[in-house]
Design a protein around this ligand. Structure first.
Ligand code: ASP
Length: 334
């Protein structure tokens, strides 16, 4: 019998290892803050032994909305040390779903490996009737263990579906089919017959083919997101600049429009402090494009990235340059 692949499991918290007060507790478990202990999640899944040698790697556990940039930087270092020491063929990271898409994109932009790194979560706690995390985790291990998953960037596996870390976003607060890649669709499936099948691959550059290597970084430049709405003035933009933002992402209306007052504030903080602005949209899908006028004013257009994903790319871009045209090139590439 051939050797099984080795998969490292990094458990970072979230709903997937949360424990509710009873089997119908599908919402309040977050406040109770109770989690499965080390080894308990794996212990519930003896079936994994037929798929891979899975070994748990210690990492801090927290709800995903409590993560800070430093957690990502440490996660990237942990992943690299596992691969550098040849301890695994693939990695699965269990994670809260609230911000899992940000982690997926951050890893997609920064990992220097072609080995599979899969993030996975759950919409129902481990103690719930019909808890979805167990099968999600089995599927994530299958995807991480599959040699065909190499070179596809960091991916998210939920509800039998494989998504690109760049494109995936959360679309529902409680349903198990919470994730989608909206305009772009999933990459493939971990399907009912046990197979991992791919149908698409992203043409956006990722992992080994990006210019971002954060292994020696201890922090990222501050980038804030400002949401636009009828009557929004420029105060949030001025405030972000005042507390040291080097970049600001606008979640603009429609195809990416801030209000006139916000526009004025953006121009001011760009001129006075060199703060780089990136225009995205509060609309669920579609591209935000860079008109000649926006280019002249030093704006970057966020393409079809969600504002919180554009925040990550802008922060990474600002570790390299603060030239808006050069940053636009990065947004067109990743
Ligand atoms: N509700 C979240 C989850 O689905 C909690 C979190 O993001 O940590 O995991």
């Amino acid at each position: 019998m051939s050797e099984l692949p080795r998969v490292a499991l990094i458990i970072t918290g979230g709903t997937i290892d949360s424990v509710g007060t009873d089997r119908l507790d599908l919402a309040w478990y977050i406040e109770a803050g109770k989690r499965l202990g080390t080894g308990e999640l794996l212990g519930q899944l003896p079936e994994l032994k037929t798929i891979a040698h899975v070994k748990e790697v210690p990492f801090r556990r927290l709800p995903s909305h409590a993560l800070v940039d430093k957690d990502w930087l440490d996660m990237v270092r942990t992943i690299h040390s596992i691969f550098d020491e040849n301890k695994a063929d693939g990695i699965v990271i269990t994670h809260g779903t609230n911000t899992i898409e940000e982690t997926a994109y951050f890893l997609n932009l920064t990992l220097k490996t072609d080995k599979p790194v899969i993030v996975v979560g759950a919409m129902r706690p481990s103690s719930a009737i019909s808890a979805d995390g167990y099968l999600n985790l089995v599927n994530a291990v299958k995807v991480a263990a599959d040699p065909h998953s190499r070179g596809r960037g960091a991916m998210l596996v939920m509800n039998d579906t494989i998504y690109s870390g760049r494109d995936v976003t959360k679309n529902d607060t409680y349903r198990v089919q919470a994730f989608q890649s909206r305009d772009l669709g999933p990459l493939g499936f971990a399907d009912a017959d046990g197979s991992v099948v791919y149908y698409h691959q992203t043409v956006k550059k990722h992992t080994e083919n990006t210019e971002f290597d954060v292994r020696n970084l201890q922090s990222l430049p501050r980038v804030d997101v400002v949401v636009s709405y009828v009557g929004a003035d420029g105060n949030m933009i001025e405030a972000a600049a005042a507390v040291g933002a080097k970049g600001i992402v606008s979640a603009g209306t429609g195809a990416g429009r801030p209000t006139p007052a916000e526009d004025e504030a953006f121009d001011r903080v760009y001129k006075e402090k060199g703060v780089i602005m990136c225009l995205c949209s509060r609309v669920a899908s579609g591209r935000v494009v860079r008109s000649p006028g926006l280019a002249k004013r030093g704006f970057v257009a966020g393409d079809n990235l969600q504002p919180w994903k554009a925040r990550l790319l802008l922060a990474l871009a600002l570790t390299k340059t603060n030239n808006a045209d050069e940053i636009q090139r990065m947004f067109d590439t990743y």
